[in-house]
Design a protein around this ligand. Sequence first.
Ligand code: NYM
Length: 212
Amino acid sequence: MKCGRGALVVLEGVDRAGKTTQCKELVRELQRSGRAAEMMRFPDRTTMIGQLISSYLEKKSDLEDHTVHLLFSANRWELVPEMKQKLEKGISLVVDRYAFSGVAFTSAKPGFGLEWCKSPDVGLPKPDLVMFLQLPPSVAAARGEFGTERYETSVFQQAVQSKFDQLMEDPTVNWQVIDAARSVEEVHKDIKQFAMNTINAVEKQPIGDLWK
Ligand code: NYM
């Protein structure tokens, strides 16, 4: 019998929640247990679009707010053929940020509604599981200073968190909130469990369309 498809698993959360560490740990663990798994991250700064985004984030260039929002979305769309190919081959993808970051960060800017922000990402491969790494601002602050990239201020991050809260009210997305204030090992244990269950559950299901 042909083996089933891989799962699309996304980690979201505010900065310093530990997303990147946990994505790497999860991929390592899945591979150790004999499952095909790869990590991806958005923005993917290696493509031409990704380089425009990277230069914007590093404050080396300025871009109009709608324009940069559409570039973040285009950066996801340009990787869709590769993502689908991998999922169909049975490779699970563990993704560090996705369209939810896109919507939360832009809609935290004045004058941007949630619906407008969501529209360019409608129809992307729908994640089978989105784990939101929840971290109280006080714990985030104790993890050290913010970096120097755009958006890395506590006022902006709080606005982003409240946009994530709104997105998490959507029952069409399989959200799981993970308490990220614990040790790396404890957080990993939960993430691994949710991911394994999802990988087993979606094997024979078609890939969905996000927000459709
Ligand atoms: N970001 C990320 C957006 O504003 N829109 C998006 O669609 C995505 C995927 O870019 N502050 C923001 C969130 C982060 C920054 O940081 C990327 P990192 O450290 O590469 O995850």
